[in-house]
Design a binder for this molecule. Structure first.
Ligand code: TRP
Length: 344
């Protein structure tokens, strides 16, 4: 048994966070408020933190090879500009650590067809033409389980939409441990929710703000400049009424709720508190306040992103160093997995 590899029999698992973002488009304010802010908080708490850019997941749908590498760098720039610190967190891209694909294969053999067939994200992403989706898109959750369990991660901050994949990760760990009679993999906890877990589209308050929405007006990108932010907020959908002074008044007003929630998250205040300040105001008065908050928060981040993307060598160095540290954790865990399964 490799000493570096922990199992419950030699003590509790280290509190270790793993999360990942796909390099399939520029990150939005929704990614920042819903995910990256929490990544930074957890980095500064008593966890080991590992943040990945999941390029192997990205190719489950076709990506232009030339833009893929740039998108990886762009996500890395968003991570760093948001406050992730390579001295505190391991930051790397998935393809640089080959063990991800290797453990994913083992998990493809642990997971059952029926489990995968229940995954709602596959159904959503494959759409009507599921027969034409890649096999990789179907087994995507086994790779995600491998990402997490390759580091014996105990906590995974994710959006609501990933909850089912986290449950599958727990099922895979449980079945593996049971099938091989070992308490080897931890049963990972999702870290879900929080004040701004769901930032909605600026054009439709019932849809999540998404980096893949065809309309750029539906989102604020982390790299948008002040004029673009102002223009998008000015055009954001609203309703004709004034803002309420209590939360109950947001009932049935998805767009109003969304804009107030964004304001609150940017100001680090509760929706309740914000409404005591802005209740009674018209959107014509509230929107400029929101623009000011958004620009104040995002302009230092987008400026730093531009600086980083201007000369890619710093990002490439961070990714390389991160991959090396990631491999140092992953390799003994994969090796032990192979031994447990009876491989080599
Ligand atoms: N599936 C996640 C998403 O689309 C990305 C992801 C891949 C991930 N591997 C992960 C998230 C491991 C958390 C942990 O958002």
């Amino acid at each position: 048994m490799t000493d570096a590899v922990q199992t419950p029999s030699n003590g509790d698992f280290t509190k270790r966070v793993f999360s990942g973002v796909q390099p399939t488009g520029a990150l939005t304010l929704g990614n920042y408020l819903g995910a990256l802010k929490r990544f930074v908080d957890m980095q500064n708490e008593d966890y080991e933190t590992i943040y990945c850019i999941v390029d192997l997941h990205a190719i489950t749908v076709w990506q232009d090879p030339k833009t893929l590498r740039d998108q990886v760098r762009e996500i890395a720039a968003s991570y760093l500009a948001s406050g992730l610190d390579p001295a505190k967190s391991i930051i790397f891209n998935q393809a640089a650590v080959e063990e991800h694909a290797q453990l994913a294969w083992v998990f493809n053999c642990v997971a059952r067809m029926g489990w995968m067939q229940r995954m709602t994200q596959f159904k959503d992403k494959a759409g009507k033409n599921a027969q034409n989706a890649s096999v990789g898109l179907f087994t995507y959750p086994a790779l995600m389980a491998a990402d997490i369990l390759l580091y014996h991660a105990t906590h995974v901050p994710v959006g609501d939409d990933q909850k089912q994949h986290l449950e599958l990760t727990r099922d895979i760990a449980t079945k593996f441990n049971h099938d091989f009679g070992q308490d080897f993999f931890p049963i990972t906890e999702p870290v879900i929710g929080g004040p701004a877990a769901r930032v909605m589209s600026l054009r439709d308050g019932s849809k999540k703000m998404s980096k893949s929405d065809p309309s750029d007006l539906s989102r604020i990108n982390m790299a948008d400049d002040a004029d673009t932010i102002a223009q998008k907020i000015r055009k954001a959908k609203t309703d004709p009424e004034a803002l309420p002074s209590e939360e109950a008044g947001l009932e049935g007003r998805a767009e109003a709720r969304n804009l107030v929630a964004i304001y609150a998250a940017l100001a680090d205040e509760s929706v309740e508190k914000v409404l005591t300040e802005v209740g009674g105001k018209q959107f014509s008065e509230f929107k400029p306040m929101l623009v000011e908050r958004a620009v104040e928060k995002l302009s230092p981040i987008s400026a730093e992103m531009r600086r980083l993307l201007d000369d890619k060598s710093e990002i490439d160095r961070v990714l390389e160093g991160g991959a090396e540290r990631a491999r140092a954790i992953a390799a003994p865990i994969l090796k032990r997995t192979y031994e447990i399964v009876g491989l080599k």
